[in-house]
Design a protein around this ligand. Structure first.
Ligand code: HEM
Length: 515
């Protein structure tokens, strides 16, 4: 960085032309003479503010990251007697923008969190900011998946293990923030998913590693000892990757309609798998596929197999509105030989295996999406404060404040319900949770993705043209509005969630209750 020389306002004012073009942003002086021709916004706009304080103009048109990237190259000093007012966020910082964080992180009391949760979030956030954020926006745009090195870093930091929740797979590990495996609970796990939701790069954030969060549980809970030990170690260390392969072109929410078959070989040592899978998150780059197959007729004829990438298994990318970084795949199986030891659970009991993780999968989606919604709220709040329209900040318009009010209140309601249900998960046995939480989690997911819909809609109106522009101020909003629908379909569509929620409630309806 250039030495911090001090300049008077008058000295800066003398550099007001193309030959010498200086500006002030937040008490710092930038010499843009050599940058002016490269400036994406053009030379004219810079000449209009040459030699002047351009803080307001700058923040009306650029994200902070522009200064973080170009500032060190062009900054030549500070303005005498002027203190910089804008705080650049550092890795691990908690946002002070109201509602941009869970309330407990903004000074409100909470019955749910202890000191270890705060340590855990700080450590995970710092890791994500340092190791994942630098690639996120670039990979999101280019459609490049996370590289092997990043997976292994997430493995050795034990972020991958933490995203699988509490359980024996954590034993012997040092968890982020020095959290001990025995103190790790579903709130820590929720925080890990939430932090991934801060990336603002929907496809890329799925690349790190949604496939694992939904694809490894069948192995963790239903694989034979040998298969489990090998695969869980490989995946949690980041050396190999896994995904969940259930959906087919003709079978989505109606899982029972799957057609992919697995027939025992005459020697009895293998299943021979034939068929297809569609919209498989992370499929293009996974080594393992937890796959639903048909081993017999009807709903009782479904089984789950762990299939390794091998001869006859091919994946190709599906072009979705998502970034290709998510690795959304169409998979074909042509006489793929799968050892019988790779059966997950019992033959014909695939439904139980699939259902085992449904609540967890939906809960994880809510945690991640709700955090992404908060990020959208933070973006809208900041934008409404710094964008001048009709001569005053956008937030001075009552209609904009009303939009923020709806976004905030809906999101806080969802998050509070999420915390409440997470608390139930920390207290209930698996069996109790299966009986009692299926309905509420389904309804929570329904509400969460409906709120995502409303927030997307309102945020687009607040950001205007920038909400449909891939770079610049509206970058996060553009990504959100293009992709939020994914969560309304993945893990059970809104319609199925609504129906399931009420059907579950009907099971508990007292026969004696009458109007
Ligand atoms: C340190 C000083 C500056 C740097 C490094 C800088 C850099 C940039 C960059 C990288 C962009 C592209 C942003 C994107 O679309 O992602 C941009 C756009 C732009 N800049 Fe600057 N800029 C600076 C100062 C200014 C100032 C002082 C003004 C106006 C007075 C200005 C006006 C604009 C405009 C109008 C655009 C286009 C914005 C849009 O398409 O919405 N810039 N600038």
């Amino acid at each position: 960085m250039a030495p911090q020389q001090e300049y008077t306002i008058e000295q800066v004012a003398a550099h007001n032309n193309e030959e010498s073009l200086w500006i002030i942003v937040d008490g710092r002086v930038y010499d843009l003479t050599n940058f002016a021709d490269l400036h994406p916004g053009g030379l004219t706009v810079l000449l209009e503010v040459a030699g002047k304080d351009a803080t307001q103009e700058f923040y009306g048109l650029h994200r902070q990251s522009v200064l973080a990237k170009f500032g060190p190259k062009y900054e030549i000093g500070t303005v005498k007697g002027v203190k910089s007012k804008i705080v650049l966020q550092k890795p691990g910082d908690i946002s002070k923008v109201p509602y941009a964080e869970s309330s407990a992180w903004q000074g409100f009391y909470s019955p749910y969190y202890n000191e270890s949760h705060f340590r855990f979030r700080a450590a995970v956030r710092e890791f994500i900011q340092k190791e994942i954020v630098p690639d996120a926006a670039v990979n999101e745009e280019s459609g490049t998946i996370a590289d092997q090195e990043l997976f292994e870093k997430m493995g050795s930091f034990n972020l991958l293990a933490c995203r699988m929740g509490p359980g024996p797979h954590l034993n012997g590990r040092t968890l982020p923030g020095g959290v001990k495996p025995e103190e790790f609970d579903y709130f820590h796990e929720m925080i890990a998913h939430e932090e991934i939701g801060t990336l603002g790069a929907p496809g890329f954030q799925d690349s790190v590693a949604t496939g694992m969060v939904i694809g490894l549980p069948p192995v963790l809970h239903f694989a034979t000892k040998n298969v489990k030990e090998k695969v869980v170690n490989e995946v949690l260390s980041g050396k190999k990757r896994i995904c969940l392969a259930i959906t087919e072109a003709t079978a989505g929410s109606d899982v029972a309609a799957i057609r992919t078959t697995a027939k025992k070989s005459p020697c009895g040592k293998y299943y021979i798998v034939n068929g297809t899978k569609k919209w498989i998150t992370n499929g293009t780059f996974c080594d393992y596929f937890s796959t639903a197959v048909r081993t017999g007729d009807g709903p009782g004829g479904i089984s789950m197999l762990l299939i390794e990438r091998s001869e006859g298994l091919e994946t190709k990318a599906i072009k979705t509105s998502y970034s290709a970084a998510a690795g959304t795949a169409y998979i074909t199986f042509e006489n793929v030989k799968v050892p019988v030891e790779n059966l997950l659970g019992k033959e014909g009991q695939g439904f139980q295996v699939i259902m085992y993780n449904f609540n967890h999968e939906r809960w994880f989606i809510v945690a991640t999406v709700t955090r992404s919604i908060r990020l959208v709220i933070e973006e809208c709040f900041k934008w409404a404060q710094q964008r001048l329209v009709f001569g005053k900040p956008l937030i001075e318009q009552p209609v904009i404040r009303a939009k923020l009010a709806h976004m905030i209140s809906e999101t806080e309601a969802v998050h509070n319900w999420l915390e409440n249900l997470t608390y139930q998960m920390t207290r209930m046995s698996y069996n109790e949770a299966s009986i009692k939480l299926g309905g509420p989690i389904a309804l929570l997911k329904l509400r969460c993705t409906r709120v995502a819909h409303n927030v997307s809609d309102e945020s687009c109106q607040i950001f205007g043209g920038r909400a449909i522009t891939k770079t610049g101020m509206g970058r996060i909003i553009e990504g959100f509005q293009r992709t939020y629908k994914f969560a309304a379909i993945l893990g059970g569509s809104e319609e199925i969630m609504a129906d399931l929620g009420v059907r579950q409630a009907m099971k508990f309806y007292p026969k004696t209750a009458k109007l």
